[in-house]
Design a binder for this molecule. Structure first.
Ligand code: FES
Length: 110
């Protein structure tokens, strides 16, 4: 595994701020990066349909790959369009070779 090159800061659903470093590995979702770092974050389907894993991107959106149709449809359905961009942690991945800082906030789905 290559040296960690992205500093991640996640504000969890309870308001706790967790900081960790990750490597930008191809086809590894942000949810999987959370899990590899020992960070527990809610999820459901893991395929982009339930919306449970949604996070708001407060900084570093340019480090993340593009939104595909299923994710776009789910984000539209759960109406998370206000403010900073949102992504599904189970579908979004860091771009290969990404370096920098990624600041995320867990969005609570009601
Ligand atoms: S876990 Fe269901 S959309 Fe991500």
């Amino acid at each position: 595994m290559s040296a960690p090159c992205v500093d991640v800061e996640l504000t969890t659903q309870t308001g706790e701020v967790i900081k960790f470093k990750v490597s930008a590995l191809e086809n590894v979702s942000i949810l999987e990066l959370f899990e590899d770092a020992g960070v527990r974050s809610p999820f459901g389907c893991r395929v982009g349909t339930c919306g449970t894993c949604v996070v708001r991107i407060l900084e570093g959106a340019d480090l993340i790959d593009g939104v595909r149709q299923m994710e776009e449809d789910t984000l539209a359905r759960i109406a998370q369009s206000e403010g900073s961009p949102t992504r599904l942690a189970c579908r979004a991945s860091l771009k290969p070779g990404a370096r920098g800082k990624l600041v995320l906030e867990k969005v609570i789905i009601r």
